[in-house]
Design a protein around this ligand. Structure first.
Ligand code: TEU
Length: 566
């Protein structure tokens, strides 16, 4: 089946893209200091090109003291020293464009670093011209009403600053003060900065916690009871519903996005199926896409910090969530799909099975899922090798502010630290941030120095060099899947229909476009399982299978994934 595009309305390059996410700190270190850099990325552009992906999303590469690995920016127009120079950036972008690859940067504009010049000025006096670039609460008014500071040991989003006897707001760590979007001067600075990067040729932005930018600056008292009753128990939903949010996004679209052929994707923290359309519907002129958190939150125990239910997650629930999000965008808007990123554990550990006998098979099965859904796939670098969680035993091995401060918080409360450390083996963010595994040489060929975060010891067998020469490797399977998606627009635009809904082991669905139909069946378990789709596949053509022989009778082998053309 080849592309027959005549009858597809609303085609866009970013709908047809496979986005490949690179965590620059861990990708490739060219200078030998243990930290990845832009020259390292440049040296691997042919590899990226060979994957067939079309868009690269880089986590923040701007000047930063790295309290939160670049999500604390001290200069939005400068390159982080660890990563290189503006010349390196220009050469990297040129190298990408020469290869037909587009570049999406990370816009971290809910907050800056406390070392940003704006904040230095702002905190210096109550009358400084930059005072209103941030949110201040004078101590004369008493303590400010609670707001969460997710990376703080005491959980508070306000920090007292003695210089002006006032508190400032920070939804993440105190090193990440929140910017005041209610100030038009600040908004103009951000839009000008976006245009600065667009003028250089950057092809879009992934927007960090963009739903949080708008605040009710009267800072009313919000109680946990309000959160439970009105916001479904999660602060994120409250933080994502500030006044004027959509005015700001419309203004951003008008002043920056609409002036260029670029894509935009919101990190949709706090966004629900009910509010998603407000961000991405074409006629609203705001953003193109967003990614939701409903999928990646599945299977964690309520009231615990990212601790897996010992029973695992329910595939029936999983199917329900992804089917719901498909239907959300059936008429309007466009979805995204992902199972891993720099904030999530490795996809194969969390959603597949990283035991040596199942790691490759289950990882290929998950890759098949991601690349056959009706949404733009965001694929996290390293997942194409089936890289899995490192599962640190000790807190000292962690580098992530979230794990370290949560450990302190639990310790202060006299909580169970062993339980926390065990839970982190599955859910900690550092699991996906370990250095990329290039080959079997020292430090997986990532660096000649000491890596900033330990390399997963399985790099001797799980690495690019080994997988290049193996036709059945995860790497070559990923390439085949990307090619299949690229060559079959039905996989991008075709209507999705879930089959065999209550089957606890198998995820089965069809995709249909212009009279053509595909069937995808995925066994999510390490046992044989049967798919009851009611579809006769005896005459169907197998487009791809992660085993050598595809089933004809609906009997799937463990973690088997098949795409049929009916
Ligand atoms: O993450 C925002 C976010 O929603 C976090 O709560 C995230 O889900 C958290 O890591 C879950 O454990 C973004 C970035 O992706 C993250 O890397 C940053 O640390 C954070 O914003 C602050 O900028």
């Amino acid at each position: 089946m080849k592309n027959d595009s005549a009858d597809i309305p609303g085609r866009k390059w970013w709908k047809e893209a496979v986005v490949y996410q690179i965590y620059p700190r861990s990708f490739k270190d060219a200078k030998g200091d243990g930290v990845g850099d832009l020259k390292g990325i440049i040296s691997k552009l042919d590899y990226i090109k060979s994957l067939g992906v079309s868009v690269i999303w880089l986590n923040p590469i701007f000047s930063s003291p790295n309290a939160d690995n670049g999500y604390d920016i001290s200069d939005y127009r400068g390159i982080m020293k660890d990563f290189g120079t503006m010349e390196d950036f220009d050469a990297m972008l040129k190298g990408m464009h020469e290869r037909g690859l587009k570049l999406v940067l990370d816009l971290v504009a809910n907050h800056s670093s406390d070392e940003h010049e704006w904040f230095r000025q702002s905190r210096s006096s109550g009358t400084n011209p930059y005072r209103d670039y941030y949110h201040w609460w004078p101590a004369e008014k008493g303590k400010p009403p609670f707001r969460p500071g997710s990376f703080e040991v005491d959980g508070s989003g306000w920090r007292f600053d003695a210089a002006t006897n006032a508190y400032y707001l920070h939804y993440f760590s105190f090193r990440q003060p929140d910017l005041n979007w209610e100030n038009p001067k600040l908004r103009k600075e951000i839009f000008d900065m976006m245009n600065f990067w667009f003028d250089k040729g950057v092809d879009g932005f992934r927007m960090d916690v963009i739903p949080f930018i708008a605040k009710d600056t009267t800072f009313p008292v919000i109680t946990q009871k309000d959160i439970d009753e009105k916001y479904n128990g999660g602060w994120d939903q409250y933080l994502a519903s500030g006044p004027h949010l959509h005015d700001y996004l419309k203004e951003m679209n008008k002043e920056a996005l609409s002036k260029h052929d670029v894509m935009s994707v919101a990190e949709g923290a706090g966004v629900t199926a009910a509010t998603a359309h407000n961000f991405v519907d074409e006629d609203r002129n705001e953003l193109n896409m967003l990614y939701h958190f409903e999928g990646v939150s599945l299977g964690y125990l309520p009231g615990k910090f990212k601790e897996m239910d010992p029973k695992g997650y329910s595939l029936v629930e999983f199917k329900k969530i992804y089917s719901k999000w498909d239907s959300v965008f059936e008429e309007k808007g466009w979805g995204t799909i992902y199972l891993g990123n720099h904030d999530q554990p490795r996809m194969v550990t969390r959603w597949g099975n990283d035991a040596p006998e199942w790691r490759a098979l289950s990882s290929k099965m998950l890759t098949t899922f991601l690349l056959t859904m009706r949404a733009t796939p965001y694929y996290f670098g390293g997942d194409e090798l089936g890289m899995n969680n490192i599962k640190f035993d000790k807190i000292d091995d962690y580098r992530d502010i979230e794990s370290i401060n949560m450990y302190k918080q639990i310790k202060n409360k006299g909580g169970d630290l062993n339980e926390f450390l065990n839970a982190q083996k599955i859910s900690a963010r550092d699991n996906s941030r370990t250095p990329f595994q290039w080959d079997s040489s020292a430090n997986a060929g990532f660096t000649t120095g000491t890596p900033w975060l330990k390399v997963n010891p399985n790099y001797k067998t799980v690495n690019v060099a080994a997988q290049e020469t193996d036709a059945n490797s995860c790497l070559n399977y990923f390439r085949k899947m990307v090619k299949l998606r690229k060559e079959n627009l039905i996989l991008v635009y075709g209507k999705y229909a879930l089959l065999d809904r209550e089957n606890p082991n198998v995820y089965a669905y069809t995709r249909e476009l212009n009279g053509k139909k595909l069937l995808v069946i995925l066994n999510f378990t390490n046992n044989p399982a049967s798919a009851n789709t009611g579809i006769d596949v005896s005459k169907a053509k197998v487009l791809i299978d992660n085993y050598a022989d595809a089933p004809v009778n609906g009997q799937l082998k463990p973690y088997e994934a098949v795409v049929y053309e009916l």
